[in-house]
Design a protein around this ligand. Structure first.
Ligand code: RUB
Length: 309
């Protein structure tokens, strides 16, 4: 399981960051691992796939895009008729390509739809680093829209710095603030735009911790709050009553050398209720989070097959 273990470690250490980066890394690792498989029959090859999924899923628990991507490959492998492991390898390679094309098409559509929402003179507030938000901002810039960005540094691991570097490379004017300054700046913001790690069956969104506080401040100041996310981040388990698990990371990330006995909590994500979300920018367009289930059923019915009842 060398490739898979190595990918899981990179994901766990946040060398690969963001739901999309995590999902694509996991997908590649599974395909590469299977290429090296010595399994002799169907049962042992499928068992290897199960083991690889288990290792990857445990790397970060709040990542349904990764789980959906891996389950897509497993569903294809389980449903198809194949005898030799070589056939399975070709099948999984094909399935991975299919999913990547689906993802790229979704991304292209999100960039197009989302960038239309950004108008001349807008000041967009974002949080953490979301590759989905970045493609929207870059697309808006390429369309010639004149706007600026305010971004949080994003404690404890400063993913905002990555956002800041990319914005600077793209020639988009940006101002960084500390996370706790969000409310002070909210009156000057035109729109909030954040990414998502997970979307639940109720239309709630899970994203980097602090997102829900930003949503509260946006609602208070009547600033529209948008979430940009592929529907591939929908978590089918939430239909069956399970809550999305919120990953809790090491206290060391918050304070490497704390006084003895101090309790430190470090949740990576929080939940923003759908009532705070003005629009979900996804491959179906700008939609209300209330219709999430309908939209997922229309686009990706296979996602619902992946859930454990
Ligand atoms: C990243 C984060 C991002 C989402 C969406 O958290 O919360 O907003 O993952 O990213 P972390 P993308 O740094 O802990 O992974 O749009 O790239 O999928």
């Amino acid at each position: 399981m060398e490739r898979v273990i190595e990918a899981a470690e990179r994901i766990r250490r946040l060398e690969v960051q963001g739901a999309t980066g995590v999902a694509l890394t996991a997908l590649r690792a599974i395909v590469e691992q299977l290429e090296m498989s010595m399994a002799r029959d169907r049962a042992s090859a499928l068992q290897e796939l199960d083991e690889a999924s288990r290792i990857l899923f445990s790397a970060r628990e709040t990542e349904p895009f990764m789980r959906n991507a891996v389950r897509f490959l497993k569903l294809k492998a389980e449903e198809a008729e194949w005898e030799r492991v070589e056939e399975l390898k070709a099948l999984v390679r094909g399935a991975s390509q299919e999913l990547l094309e689906t993802f790229r098409e979704a991304r292209r559509r999100i960039a197009e739809v989302g960038s239309r929402r950004i108008l001349n003179g807008d000041i967009i507030l974002t949080h953490c680093h979301s590759s989905t938000v970045m493609v929207i901002l870059k697309n808006a810039k390429e369309r010639g829209t004149d706007f600026k960005v305010v971004l949080t540094e994003t404690r404890p691991l400063y993913q905002g710095r990555r956002t800041a570097r990319e914005l600077s490379e793209a020639g988009i004017g940006a101002t960084m603030i500390v996370d706790s300054a969000v409310r002070s700046f909210m009156r000057g913001i035109s729109k909030v735009l954040v990414g998502a790690d997970a979307i639940t069956s109720e239309g709630n969104v899970i994203n980097k911790v602090g997102t829900s506080l930003i949503a509260l401040a946006a609602q208070e100041a009547r600033v529209p709050f948008y979430v940009a996310s592929e529907l591939l981040k929908f978590d089918p388990q939430t239909i069956h009553g399970d809550y999305e698990a919120i990953e809790e990371r090491s206290p060391q990330e918050v304070w490497a050398d704390p006084p003895e006995g101090l309790m430190i909590r470090n949740p990576a994500f929080d939940v923003t209720r759908r009532d705070y979300i003005h629009g979900l920018i996804c491959e179906e367009g700008v939609i209300s989070p209330h219709i999430i289930l309908e939209a997922v059923l229309r686009r990706y019915p296979w996602i619902l097959k992946g859930a454990q009842v």
